[in-house]
Design a protein around this ligand. Structure first.
Ligand code: R1P
Ligand code: GUN
Length: 287
């Protein structure tokens, strides 16, 4: 029996079949664009694009900086599908809804998921504008029982108890590092742990200090549920956080963050992120 907000295999399949009937593209790579990072999709050649409102079963994005379009196209010889706009738990979507596209991508034949996000830094050495290659995540809502895999398990998508160690593929991280070196941008590139919190408010100073002590390098309000669902169904995952602000950790600090500032930094750095993602040789399996 399914709960009201449960989504069954047929629902994912209906959306996937509709998309396959509308485009000739057969993507192997999916890219999820974070806040203000939608221009990553602009690099795709031979585009077919669909507003989320036209796609049967697709949720709608309600956040400024998320355009609500699914774009198919070619990137460096790879067929990709790119979400210009993701869904967040704080928008009121169930976690099954926020991650709905990931399972649809699986049914389209996608093997690799690239997630991007805007995030605040806790690590003292990070600067605004840095790019963090995600080496692991802490899924706070997940640890508290808010997990997209809750409910009856659909074995067609993967096991009931999927392991989450080694989620972010080392091979893809190495490819990204090497590419950053060759692009001469290594000085802006970090490697660290992303933490998802529920939001939508930004952190209090006490919360920021807690996250810092826990070893979190960057914090945001997305990504982990998408990565959990992708990992369960066997996709390779690569993640990038754009550091849009430093999280305030001192009571003496008078600065405070806002979404407009996050979007402003995303705009400034999205070109570098686009070059990085579009040049990545996903098919290169060298570790
Ligand atoms: O994670 P993405 O979608 O990049 O967005 C980040 O930016 C927004 C806050 O400015 C939050 O939604 C946070 O999660
Ligand atoms: N939670 C959280 N999400 C963000 N997204 C962008 N910056 C931040 C931040 O400082 N905190």
């Amino acid at each position: 029996m399914h709960r009201k907000d449960q989504i069954c295999h047929d629902d994912y399949q209906k959306t996937a079949s509709w998309l396959l009937s509308q485009t000739q593209h057969r993507p192997k790579v999916a890219i999820i664009c974070g806040s203000g990072l939608g221009m990553l999709a602009d690099a795709l050649k031979c585009q077919d694009s669909f507003p989320y409102s036209d796609i049967p079963g697709f949720p709608q994005s309600t956040v400024q900086g998320h355009a609500s379009r699914l774009v198919f196209g070619e990137l460096k010889g790879k067929t990709c599908v790119c979400m210009q706009g993701r869904f967040h738990m704080y928008e009121g979507h169930s976690l099954c809804k926020t991650t709905f596209p990931v399972r649809v991508f699986k049914l389209l034949g996608v093997e690799t998921l690239i997630v991007t996000n805007a995030a605040g830094s806790l690590a003292d050495s990070y600067q605004v504008g840095d790019i963090m290659i995600i080496k692991d995540h802490i899924n706070f809502p997940g640890l508290a029982g808010l997990n997209p895999l809750n409910g009856p398990n659909d074995d067609k998508f993967g096991p009931r108890f999927p392991p989450m160690s080694g989620v972010y593929g080392k091979d893809l991280q190495k490819i990204a590092f090497d590419l950053c070196k060759s692009m001469d941008v290594s000085q802006f590139v970090q490697e660290g742990v992303y933490c998802m919190v529920g939001g939508p408010n930004f952190e209090t100073i006490a919360e920021a200090r807690l996250l810092h002590r826990l070893g979190v390098d960057a914090v945001g309000m997305s990504t982990a549920p998408e990565v959990v669902v992708a990992t369960q169904c066997g996709m390779r995952v690569f993640g990038l956080s754009l550091i849009t602000n430093k999280v305030v950790k001192s009571y003496d600090d008078t600065e405070s963050v806002n979404h407009e500032a996050v979007l402003e930094v995303s705009k400034l750095r999205s070109q570098m992120l686009q070059t990085l993602v579009s040049q990545m040789d996903i098919n290169n399996n060298a570790v």
